[in-house]
Design a protein around this ligand. Sequence first.
Ligand code: FNR
Length: 382
Amino acid sequence: RTLRRYLSLDDFEATARRLLPKFLYGYIAGGAETDASVRDNRRAFDEYGFVPRVLNDVSGREQTTTLFGKTYAAPFGIPPMGSAALCAYRGDVVLTRAAAAMNLPMILSASSLITLEEVRRENPAAWYQAYLAGDPSRIEPLVDRVAAAGYDTFVVTADVPVPPNRENNIRNGFRVPLAITPRVAFAVMTHPHWLFRTWMRTVTNHGMPHFENMDASRGPPVLSQNLMRNIGKRDQLAWKHVELIRRRWNGKLVVKGLIAPADARIARESGVDGVIVSNHGGRQLDYTMSALRTLPEIAAQANGMTVMLDGGIRRGTDVLKALSLGAQFVFVGRPFLFAAVAGGEAGVRRALTLLKDEIDRDMALLGIRSIGEISSDLVRRF
Ligand code: FNR
């Protein structure tokens, strides 16, 4: 099977849609309620155009980017995506190995089905993302476990105080814990590729998948009714807990999922090393505006804190727009999970390479040779 027929990041979605039971495709693709934020994540990028420069000698281009003292091959990485191993066989390992092979960062999700220790062994450069309850007695052992595993970057996702309202999941019968309803069973039976290549293979080789990383201890299996116990008290999480982690965690600390410039300022005052400006891919509060819209204001007051962004990035031109408007780094979610479904590790490598090649070509056409030459002069609002 040839991966060469995938020419852009959006090309992986159709294959993934065909291979996945409807409830899993909907889980990845969907947003909250009316998908207004999902749409705004694209619209915000569409509102900017380039003002390229010419005759600049753009030979010897370099897109390497230094982030938290590490130099990566390109200015983008893979953000945390929960349940990746339910969508693609060993999904988190597939994503992290592809990222490692390309020298790009990958963030492991708290709601992954593979232990954080194993992912760290596969990719010593992976970051860890936590979903936390507002309860120090549950935060501290997890921070210690992540440190013991050797991670150097800890990401706190801040925009999930309560489970979101994703009606497409309800309609398709997808919920956690997973329940084998007639609708789900039908979707599975009509998608034998997923049934055999992902689910049966997982259960045969590794046993029932568990949500491994929500706590300091091994988490409950995906079918366990105990699962919701683990997400209690998330609505009590507050900045004082970020400060507590700051005191306990010696590595880099990142807060993901803020949009308000005022929150970015509090993050900086709390000793956070970086923020990922994000509306969670439009999956939490519907009508939250695209991160691109508040990015310039946040970047202007960053004062040394690293500013990153995600949501809706699908092209090299999107990456370069975000960097022009003040981001130092970006993350791209859904396309890489679709690529994992469509082509496993090689598929993700193909997708990462496509985006990197687009950035290289776009840099030449923009008249720049390095990421350091990017400035707001390169873009204008239509
Ligand atoms: C996510 N996202 C997410 N974020 C997070 O902090 N922890 C998580 O466990 C998850 N899980 C998750 C699952 C799936 C299937 C998707 C699509 C997304 C949000 C993710 O990290 C990122 O913010 C968005 O995906 C970025 O938007 P795009 O690139 O998908 O448009």
